[in-house]
Design a protein around this ligand. Sequence first.
Ligand code: ADP
Ligand code: AMP
Length: 217
Amino acid sequence: MRIILLGAPGAGKGTQAKSISNKYNIPHISTGDIFRKNISERTPLGIEAKKYIDNGQLVPDELTIDIIKSRLVEEDCENGYLLDGYPRTVEQAKALDVFLNEREANLDTALLIKVPREFILERMTGRRVCPSCGASYHVKFNPPKNEGICDICGSDIIQRDDDAEITVNKRLDIYEAQTHPLIEYYKSRDLLSEVDGTQAINDVFESVSKVLNELRK
Ligand code: ADP
Ligand code: AMP
């Protein structure tokens, strides 16, 4: 299956992606995680991307499109993938279409996790992440079993620099202006599906599974 997860920052894409990737056995590809790994390793890509990410801005399309194209030709993507955080602009969506057309491949769906803006600030400012494995927690809604420690790999969890309140508001404005139009983009291609992301995490996953199971029939 080839799936795109759509939704505002903080909607729960990364949280659901971990479960989807396990259940449907497809790699979870997060451009945010790729950038953060490069930042922590201080690669040239990381140094460039950090300038934008710390400000809550999008990394330029040319750079992001190259990154995703080189990731999607890796062997583990042969039987599908789950994109989390890509595409974020219409330009990126068009580049993905070209990439897929060249390979005579199709998307199964662009799955929107729908969460109104008033829920997002609390989700993002309370988010804690594992810098090693990318797992996402929340101080109130999804705390780790042992405070401050990742359930999956045992690393210390941290707050992302770009989850400070001022940056969150900027990211949400950029989402509205640049990423929200993708909902119409995929709707007009008859590829959009959606779930109510305001439910509890397990209930969102149940809704997601229903949508994906229908597609596999
Ligand atoms: P995204 O990848 O879309 O930016 P995350 O998956 O990192 O979002 O989720 C953002 C924050 O909200 C995290 O702290 C996560 O634990 C929490 N969260 C995710 N889904 C839910 C939910 N359904 N209800 C409450 N909190 C949630
Ligand atoms: P995320 O982990 O998806 O919240 O992404 C964190 C940050 O990485 C975003 O706020 C952007 O600055 C950058 N980023 C991630 N994916 C993309 C993308 N597809 N296009 C541009 N910038 C991106």
